[in-house]
Write a protein that binds this ligand. Sequence first.
Ligand code: NAI
Length: 472
Amino acid sequence: MSEETFDLIVIGAGPGGYVAAIRAAQLGMKVAVVEKRDSLGGVCLNEGCIPSKALLDSSELFALARDKFSGHGIVIDPPQLDLAKMLARKDDVVKKLTDGIAFLFKKNKVAWVKGAARLAGKEGEKHRIEIRGAGNEVNQELKASKILLATGSAAVEIPSVPFDGETVVSAREALSFDRVPEHLVVIGAGYIGLELGSVWSRLGAQVTVVEMLAKPLPNTDGQVADALVRSLKKQGMKFLLETKVTGLEKKDGKAVVPVESGGTTERIECDRVLVAVGRKPLIDGLGLEEAGVKLDQSGRISVNENFETGVPGIHAIGDLIPGPMLAHKAMEEGVVFAERLHGEGSAVEYDFLPGICYTWPEAASVGKTEEQLKGEGIPYKAGKFTFMANGRAKCMDETEGFVKILAHAETGRMLGMHILGARASDLIAEGVTAMTYGGTAQDVAMTFHAHPTLAEAVKEAALDVDKRAIHS
Ligand code: NAI
């Protein structure tokens, strides 16, 4: 059995783990990454962020061709869907990006060890890791003084609606349906539910979203969430809010989902059910308990500012530790973890962590929502600008939505930025930068924004904080 010693062993090659490994290698450490999948990139690249965005982009083009081209004076026959080709393109995007990480590992001399890792005690000052291969036999042991746990998360199952991989599925399978469902019931109006619901709705499925809360996207600014639901309804999606799923019946490859709202029960017939009610840390088989690594009450691993667990030398980042389960959070934690290990004073700016729902229009947020500011009694002023009054949005025929900026009533410091609209995912970056550097709404209002661009709506919203907007 081979046995090798490293400075750092990273368990899990998702966005947190692979980024931490590359940064640590850049800083001169000898690094190994243990990954049980055949490709690098974790859930994000293989079955999450990337394939879902590839399908969102493809399905958006399909919907544009079908619904919007004629408005631009482009006359085509109704577009035909070649789903197999769309899925193959998505797989190709995934392959290129996961291969790209393998290239980066080679370039940075990060060793990629294939297999499932388990903490296996200590040998002197070093932690031992056992690696199991496909046959579940331990075929390798590695040692390092520092271990980084970055194994990510898995979809939560509803006990009364268990996954079967065919009719009742998680996001993984919903990225590869071999035909457009006739009726897709989505349980959970979070990021996954709205994004994948949008994909299949655009491609022709009837989509019903069942959400137990009164609003989708909990923690999103209320105006943004309300406007997004209105827009998705216009696109044909049906929403059953404040509604509970009470079970599931299956018959001949079809499903009946009984739902209950305000004492009334309804039975929804469908051919696929996507359960998207959150994710949970993936810790089974890591040997955490034997190693003495403690979990908090919500089942996440408790860490200090160096991302170190209660066990010296064992660290954790990403979906395993508290906070939103977002790839860019894990990536930033990976970088900061490696730099702090190297003695630098880097820190993650959690207050300015953006959240984006890649529907169309997109919903993007950073900082506090208006509801939070009210709840915390922070005095604020709001500026808002609608894309209807933005020249570029008119040219694009993408006039839905708005930019909203919340600034401190006395200092003008930006406290939140919330966008619903075309390319909100890119536009939010300006708010993240401004807020990270303590910028005021006036700082944003004073800077050039090229004309005509969607970004001008950000400038106008910043001007509107002091009621100085020009175009509204
Ligand atoms: P989520 O936490 O975003 O949303 C889950 C939704 O399901 C919530 O609205 C919740 O109220 C609802 N829900 C929970 N139990 C329910 C039940 N029994 N019946 C009906 N509704 C119920 O979780 P989601 O969408 O599964 O995403 C998982 C994680 O992945 C999230 O933490 C998210 O941050 C991340 N993600 C992020 C994306 C992005 O940044 N664009 C895209 C996809 C996932």
